[in-house]
Design a protein around this ligand. Structure first.
Ligand code: UT7
Length: 332
């Protein structure tokens, strides 16, 4: 019997229409386009303006885009993993709601939360279910409505984050394509440097926590930056070495889009030329769980069957890692 590998066989994406540019941010906090562009690489981000719509809205749109493009029957989906740091509600899984809304009524679903590494970890989980032979169609969605947890008076966070969603379908492959290797790590020392302090079981929501703005995301950007650069570069270098890949063997780097300088440092350590380093951070900013599938969606037309792709991410927690995947199809 052939070994089963787990391949990505389809991609979908969605970003809301409203564009929040650096120029507009200049009118909201003490910042400027030049600083944001040179320090992060971001020019604009998308925002879901509707107050009555949550992350599920973005996720449903991305999943429906994938279903339409791949022409699959939602009833065939076995499982949905919803990677998100901004669930619709603390309890009642967003993934479950999304599954029902897209008509995937034969699937079971749940949420996976690992901050900006949610999608990367989700790739590992989805692939493991496929490789085991247990399921045939696993839909992995990465979506975040970051605008729901961003304090638009805090220039350390509001310039970075945006809203968006992407989805990929994992299916069995018998030609050795798909996920080849992974290196995933986490370190709880990071939890104080990037967090939403209140609203969980540690600090219950109260008038006090609302008054103190403890339900917004806060970060010590400098510290997160330092750990992100080191760990994303280390993980990507390790994956190359462990799989005997040289820089010439790598076709594409799909990095988490948090800061162009973090991406440049990772690519530099891998000695990759710029043309292999995929970025759309200038248009979307950091969409947390959605960055990796949004890059896949934007550059899918360039990928060829057999291409070697390295994924890398770093996020709050801390969480980070790198995945080596062989692309499984040429886009029609
Ligand atoms: O996805 C994982 C989650 N997050 C990340 O990966 C984010 C990682 N961190 C970063 O991307 C960067 O640390 C930031 C973009 C958040 C900040 O960039 P930085 O180069 O680390 O800036 P800094 O905090 O060291 O500040 C440098 C200077 C300071 O001024 P002085 O003290 O040198 O006069 C800040 O007050 O820039 C100032 N500054 C700003 N100026 C204009 C900080 N934020 C801003 C701003 N606009 N938005």
């Amino acid at each position: 019997m052939n070994t089963i590998t787990a391949a990505i066989t389809a991609v979908g994406a969605y970003v809301p229409d409203f564009v929040l540019s650096n120029k507009v941010l200049e009118t909201m906090v003490d910042t400027n386009d030049e600083w944001i562009t040179t320090r992060t690489g971001i020019k604009e981000r998308r925002i879901l303006k509707d107050a009555d719509k949550g992350t599920s809205f973005l996720a449903i749109k991305a999943a429906q885009d994938l279903i339409a493009k791949a022409n699959i029957d939602p009833l065939e989906i076995d499982m949905i993993i919803m990677a998100t740091a901004t669930a619709d509600m603390p309890v009642a899984s967003t993934g479950v709601f999304v599954a029902t809304e897209i008509g995937a009524t034969n699937a079971f679903a749940y949420d996976l939360q690992a901050a900006c590494s949610s999608f990367l970890y989700g790739m590992s989980t989805a692939a493991a279910y496929i490789q085991s032979g247990r399921y045939k169609k696993v839909l992995l969605i990465g979506a975040d409505k970051m605008s729901s947890i961003v304090d638009y008076t805090d220039r350390a966070t509001c310039i970075i984050f945006g809203d968006g969603a992407g989805a990929v379908l994992f299916e069995p492959n018998y030609e050795g394509l798909g996920l080849q290797d992974e290196y995933l790590r986490s370190d709880g020392l990071g939890r104080d440097f990037l967090k939403i302090p209140a609203g969980g079981s540690l600090i219950r929501t109260s008038e006090e926590t609302v008054k103190n703005r403890q339900h917004n995301i806060i970060q010590d950007g400098k510290t997160v930056f330092k750990y992100a650069v080191t760990n994303m570069a280390d993980a990507s270098e390790l994956i190359l070495k462990r799989n005997n890949l040289t820089k010439d063997d790598v076709n594409w780097l799909v990095p988490h889009q948090a800061n162009k300088r973090i991406i440049d440092a990772t690519a530099g350590r891998m000695e990759l030329e710029d043309s292999k380093v995929l970025m759309n951070i200038e248009r979307y900013g950091n969409t947390t769980s959605a960055t990796l599938p949004l890059v896949l969606s934007d550059f899918e037309h360039k990928f060829k069957k057999g291409d070697n792709i390295i994924f890398a991410a770093f996020g709050g927690g801390f969480t980070w890692g790198s995945i080596y995947l062989k692309w499984a199809y040429d886009k029609k």
